[in-house]
Design a protein around this ligand. Sequence first.
Ligand code: FMN
Length: 402
Amino acid sequence: VLRLLTAGESHGPEIVAIVEGLPAGVQIEPESIDRDLARRQGGYGRGARSTKIERDRAHVVGGLSGDRTTGAPVALRIENRDFANQPATPPPLLAPRPGHADLAGRLKYGIEDFRIIRERASARETAARVAAGALAKEFLRPFGTRLGSFVVQIDGVAASVGSGSTGAEGVAIGRLAARELHRLSKAAEHDPVRCPDPSASARMREAIDRARAEGDTVGGRFCVFATGVPPGLGSYVQWDRRLDGRVAQAICSIHAVKGVEIGPALDVATMPGTKAQDPIEWRDGAIARRANMAGGLEGGITNGQPLLVRAAMKPLSSVRTRTPSVDVRTGEPLDAPYVRSDVCAVPAAAVVGEAMIAWVLAEAVLDRFGGDRMDAILAAFATVSNGPSTARREAAAGREGP
Ligand SMILES: Cc1cc2nc3c(=O)[nH]c(=O)nc-3n(C[C@H](O)[C@H](O)[C@H](O)COP(=O)(O)O)c2cc1C
């Protein structure tokens, strides 16, 4: 069983991750973790903390021998540079901020000072997830699984994706082959808002600038995908083994993410069944699919097609304009404090989304081919993926996408 525990406060000395259950023998490229940490910190619209203060680096303090996992828990520490800027005894925060964990956290834990709640509820914790996700990506690499992401909307500005795409964006994405998805992700990598459509990107940045000038924030949507996904992960036999449910939980667990779609779910909800199918064909001696409206999951099981997930992030709750609240001791009106904030974190959330999908897939691969050592797991995988049956050929064909 693969497990991730994170610990640490946003302005404490460090964020910590413990990854338990990675088999022995996973090759970890030394730069891979820091590269993803840097990707999470980027994106037009981030606040000073991400852009000026923190320079996240993971210090691996257990579980690796050279560049290989040993089977022991992998322990990672990420320093919070902003810790040095904190006052020794910061004043308590007494007015809860709407949209944050402040009030609900107090109702649950009975903690008077909202600062204490904020410290652990903060999305700074996603640095630990991204570090763990980088390990999951390295685990998935020998299976041929690759992940990517791109932003499809910020505020009211939607990107145009898919060659000459007309109509619904989700359907256009569902028609893309694996290499086209990776082309979009690669283009997004060089874009300030992780958007592969340059003209939309410019308008998205204008929307962010406008929000910043008005003391406001913006949300948006992003797409995360995985190609080369081994077929047969997850199961229809029990509700909690359906991979669609596990994907949704993992994505919705990201701070401020309030919606998740597998494939073009909201688009196909408005289409007749005849148009929303992925017809099965025989092409070049193998089963192939004409589209990927199912987003790579049928019956809660990966079907060998790219896994397609889109998520909606709310506009961030910390706005620079007045936020009416109350002093919880007296009930008197008191504005909630403005805490230095991002204007937009959708590009960063996309990178966190990659980490979460990598994590869920790594868990599912271990469920299916599990073992203590990478060579044994790959041998088990090879017996399924190299055989002659139709299902195996379907998998081989489907993995390229429609
Ligand atoms: C990468 C990332 C950065 C975030 N940065 C901020 C921020 O600067 N200001 C803010 O108000 N919310 C930010 N959030 C969202 C809050 O953490 C989140 O809204 C809050 O913890 C309450 O959780 P909920 O929205 O999921 O209910 C960020 C989220 C992510 C994923």
